[in-house]
Design a protein around this ligand. Sequence first.
Ligand code: PMV
Length: 327
Amino acid sequence: VISSSACANIALVKYWGKREPSLNLPETGSLSLTLDALRTTTELELIDGPADEMLLDGVRQTGRALERVSSFLEVARAECTDPALRRARARVVSNNSFPSAAGLASSASGFAALAVAANAAYRLGRDRTALSALARRGSGSAARSIFGGYVRMNSGAQPDGSDAAAHPIEGIKLELSAAIVVGKAEEKAVSSTDGMEHTRKTSPFHEAWVRQVERDLVAAEEALASSAIMRLSEIVEANCLAMHADAMAARPGVIYFSPLTLWAIERVRELRSVGTPVMFTVDAGPHVVAFAPPAEIGWIGAALAAHPGVDRIILSHAGGPATIEEF
Ligand code: PMV
């Protein structure tokens, strides 16, 4: 049995658009922070059976969820050189340390953990960069979860996607932790895959978004390198709102914000207007994620809990890279 674990990540500069959907090739780069509190632990066992099996948080997966895992495992098997191993199917047992239904980037930690496990099980011998490109086949954001801390994803230029991989950004002194605002009313949002493809095809703002991301990446890396947290906050928030503006401009528009999202965004901006080093971002769902220095995140999280629609606040420090154990 192979046991692996990976943490989810939240993007400071977002990925929103694929240049090649079949290989999950992103149109642009992106930049994220890996988060310790959002972790998937996976056990993978090779079996003799006719098909892959998957249990997520104790629930047997079927239909589209299982197909997604199985076609990911097919990618690994296709490059496995041992004929006996290649025939073996996998029994995958995954557990999330956080509610998977809440749409909290569980595909990032899930496919990163599965990529390192499949790499070991099928003896692929991929290095970390190649593992990141493999995880990308499961979900674009999973490519970043192979690494810990601040991570930069490259869009790459190769048609086969071998250079569409992430790498850790070294030497950053600015430490950030996160407070994630989870609401009580969890409606099923449009998936990121569907939302970004619909946006790319129909939003009149999409070309402008793609150009802006490249500028935001440069500016965000500069702000991180110089620990300029207030400057970083402006870039991170503007980038998030531009992504959502792009999605809202799709036809029909995709709206991920809930009333609670807008309330929490306002709260973060109020706090910053009186000098608090805090910034918000929002992924393809209603949850606001506030980033602030570790010493400040506790009271900021408490301030963001002061709304009757809040179910819970998840606090997280930065997380490490995906890991593996064989026994
Ligand atoms: O790779 P996916 O399907 O999890 O898409 C990620 C999309 C966003 O979370 C909205 C942005 C990002 O870069 O993580």
